[in-house]
Design a protein around this ligand. Structure first.
Ligand code: CA
Length: 233
């Protein structure tokens, strides 16, 4: 059974989410401020399968919680909740490593659909198998396992977040072609192509750290000046 942490300081929302998620068969924990959430997320036991994270929180805000979670090496999927008209909030959340977002107020069905989508990556070994060649990709000394969001490197296994894997997939699918930042923002994050954000660049930095023998001199994820990025197998 999937275990979900709900981080929300408004009691009626937290309790409503708990009620509805439990009705779907999930186990639910609630953290009512950011400090409590960060403690829970950096202490891995028992492991969580998903975090639903409000941005406006007492103690630590949602960005700081996401940032600390990723800095501690925890790659649990994070769904952020942010108020409408706070586009910069949402972009900053994605820059800190959140996997998906929902604008408040949201419909319950929409939330449940996002939850199922983010949990699907955790069930990779139960679902139907694609052809081996579509699921894995060798890049120099590393192997990318798209089906389980992992990269095997000589130094060990790296777990990818949903968006890291989607970004890599988007570049690999158009191997050899220059893909613009706007196209990647739209395809991977569902943002408008003209959104002002460094999210693509910061995720490319992370992917290079995993894939490139020398991340300072990338050979596989190459910058195309004034345009975007190109994947070179
Ligand atoms: Ca709040």
């Amino acid at each position: 059974m999937a275990r979900i942490l709900v981080v929300e300081d408004e009691d009626h929302l937290a309790d409503g989410l708990r009620f509805n998620l439990e009705a779907e068969g999930y186990e639910v924990e609630i953290a009512r401020d950011g400090a409590q959430a960060a403690l829970r997320l950096t202490d891995a036991q028992p492991p969580l399968d998903l975090v639903i994270l409000d941005i406006m929180l007492p103690e630590l805000n949602g960005y700081e919680v996401a940032q600390r979670t990723r800095a501690s090496g925890n790659y649990v999927p994070i769904l952020i909740l942010t108020a409408k008209d706070q586009n910069s909030d949402l972009v900053r959340g994605l820059e800190e490593g959140a996997d998906d977002y929902l604008l408040k107020p949201f419909h319950l069905n929409e939330l449940l659909a996002r939850v199922r989508g983010l949990l699907r990556r955790r069930r990779w070994d139960g679902g139907p198998r694609e052809e081996e060649s579509q699921r894995t990709l060798d890049i120099g000394a590393v192997t990318v396992h798209f089906d389980r969001f992992e990269i095997s490197t000589p130094a060990g296994v790296v777990r990818l977040t949903t968006r890291e894997a989607a970004l890599l997939r988007a570049l690999v699918e158009r191997s050899g072609e220059a893909v613009t930042r706007g196209e990647l923002l739209e395809e991977v994050w569902g943002l408008r192509p003209d959104t002002q954000t460094r999210v693509v660049d910061s995720f490319v930095v992370r992917l290079r750290r995993y894939l490139e023998p020398d991340p300072a001199k990338p050979r596989h994820i190459v910058s195309v000046r004034g345009h975007g990025y190109r994947f070179v197998p």
